[in-house]
Design a binder for this molecule. Structure first.
Ligand SMILES: Cc1ncc(COP(=O)(O)O)c(C=O)c1O
Length: 458
């Protein structure tokens, strides 16, 4: 692409992007296609000879976009709703343009130092201690796997060379995200050595059940090494009692990792800083700017107060990657599996600067407020029941009736194309789950979703 052609098509692409962001609500949130439709619409082989950019862009519009689920749609309230804000998208475009690989300080000081700066800003805004080291990974799943590997390094350093972690046991709640168990699988802990600690009526890990399990495992000659607490569990956004869990972790010498992938950033609003109570005693914590911090996927921030252990778990430097030591030159490749590292900090820096702490806090506050309003409406409607407390912006509820009724209700609401809600199972019952997290979502969108849920009932 010549510079002139690049400029022309970039302008065309940006025009499309600006229109899309302004009118994402004109699309159905979920695409009306069947599995395989897109594959069938595309050639089976790549082109032998290059194609004009105009044709490629046209195919993007006519073939790819109709197969898209619109996460940027203001009616997207499934899973944890997210949004790619304008500043975040601009950062992503510029990062792709520079195309730096920040494996070492030398391969890109900008990548490495901006990662340090942005993660430090975020840490301060969340009220986390100042002795934390931050590193960006693609997802919370990857971040947590690294935390669990560091925990293993602390408890059983011989595993790095010997490869036998037999007897190591990890604890998390039965409401924890599947990524915790996957992390344990990935580093060879074994699913049978992951204990799912029961929760209380509000879906929070029961600390006394944790101590009892640890005692029992120790008595059986096993090696408890790590406990993972969650601030904002995936189904209900419950908050584990981190301070009580930290007490137990300290008593037994366990690494405490906190999964705050979704909810951690709520602490940017000072009145929600209490949600991280006890996290100053954690060995590591993950939060995802690509969830509720308006930064395009992917960017996950892992913090640890024991970077030397994370480094010990992963550092392996072949000769061709050796560079001169300098006390301020950080080589992020030493702290994890990936060698190559994208410039993810740039989009986060754009977002943090453009909105500022107070701007971000205001949006998060509004999302939580609309969720609380909806929770009250559900509580006041005797056809429905709320299935969990609503500490953040996610509401779990069901229509009183059978699971089939609720499945049909969810299908009907989602078929509207106006909103997309997801589901979960709580107390053995099928529930609807509405999560507010998209910055285009307004109170009216939430109320519209409630109207669609209740439509046909009166
Ligand atoms: C609490 C929690 N942890 C981890 C994850 C995994 O996030 P990621 O997709 O970044 O791996 C999720 C995803 O929703 C989550 O809710």
């Amino acid at each position: 692409l010549s510079p002139e052609e690049f400029r022309k098509f970039a302008h065309e692409a940006v025009d499309w992007m600006a229109d899309y962001l302004a009118h994402a609500d004109r699309y159905p949130v979920l695409p009306g296609i069947k599995p395989g439709d897109l594959i069938d619409a595309l050639p089976r082989c790549g082109p032998e000879h290059g194609e004009p950019m105009s044709v490629i862009l046209e195919d993007f519009r006519s073939k790819i976009v109709p197969a898209a689920t619109h996460w940027n749609h203001p009616g997207f309230m499934a899973y944890f709703a997210t949004s790619a804000s304008g500043p975040g998208i601009l950062g992503e475009m510029l990062a792709a343009t520079l195309n730096m690989n920040g494996m070492l300080w030398k391969t890109s000081p900008a990548v490495v130092e901006l990662e340090q700066v942005t993660l430090d800003w975020l840490r301060r805004w969340m009220g986390l201690p100042d002795n934390l080291f931050g590193i960006i990974f693609d997802t919370a799943s990857t971040s947590s796997m690294h935390a669990i590997a560091a925990a293993r390094e602390m408890a059983a350093p011989e595993v790095r060379t010997e490869g036998d972690g037999a007897g190591l046991v990890l604890y998390t709640s039965e409401q924890a995200h599947s990524s915790i168990e996957k992390g344990a699988i990935a580093i060879g802990i074994g699913q049978k050595n992951v204990r799912k600690i029961p929760v209380d009526a509000e879906f929070r890990m029961r600390p006394e059940a944790l101590s009892a399990e640890v005692d029992q495992d120790r008595a059986s000659g096993l090696r408890p090494f790590c406990v993972v607490a969650t601030v904002g569990t995936t189904s209900t956004t419950s908050i584990d009692p981190v301070a009580a869990i930290a007490e137990i972790a300290e008593h037994y010498g366990l690494w405490l990792h906190v999964d705050a992938a979704y909810a951690g950033v709520a602490a940017i609003a000072p009145e929600f800083q209490h949600i991280l109570k006890g996290c100053d005693r954690a060995d590591s914590l993950v939060t995802n700017p690509h969830k509720w911090l308006f930064t395009p996927v992917d960017v996950s921030a892992l913090y640890t107060r024991r970077p030397e252990i994370l480094r010990r778990a992963f550092s392996l430097v072949p000769e061709y990657l050796r560079t001169a030591d300098h006390p301020r030159a950080l080589n992020y490749m030493d702290y994890g599996v990936p060698l190559g590292r994208r410039f993810r900090a740039l989009k986060l820096w754009f977002v943090l600067r453009y909105y500022g702490r107070e701007g971000i806090a205001e949006i998060i506050r509004a999302h939580i407020g609309w969720a609380q309003e909806l929770a009250r409406q559900i509580d006041n409607d005797d056809r429905f029941e709320r299935m969990a407390p609503t500490p953040f912006s996610t509401v779990c509820f069901r229509r009183k009736g059978s699971d089939e009724d609720n499945r049909a209700l969810l299908d009907r609401v989602n078929a509207s194309g106006e909103v997309y809600l997801s589901h979960t199972i709580l107390h053995g019952k099928y529930c609807l789950r509405l999560a507010i997290g998209n910055m285009g979502t307004t109170r009216e969108h939430v109320q519209r979703a409630w109207k669609l849920v209740t439509a046909g009932d009166r």
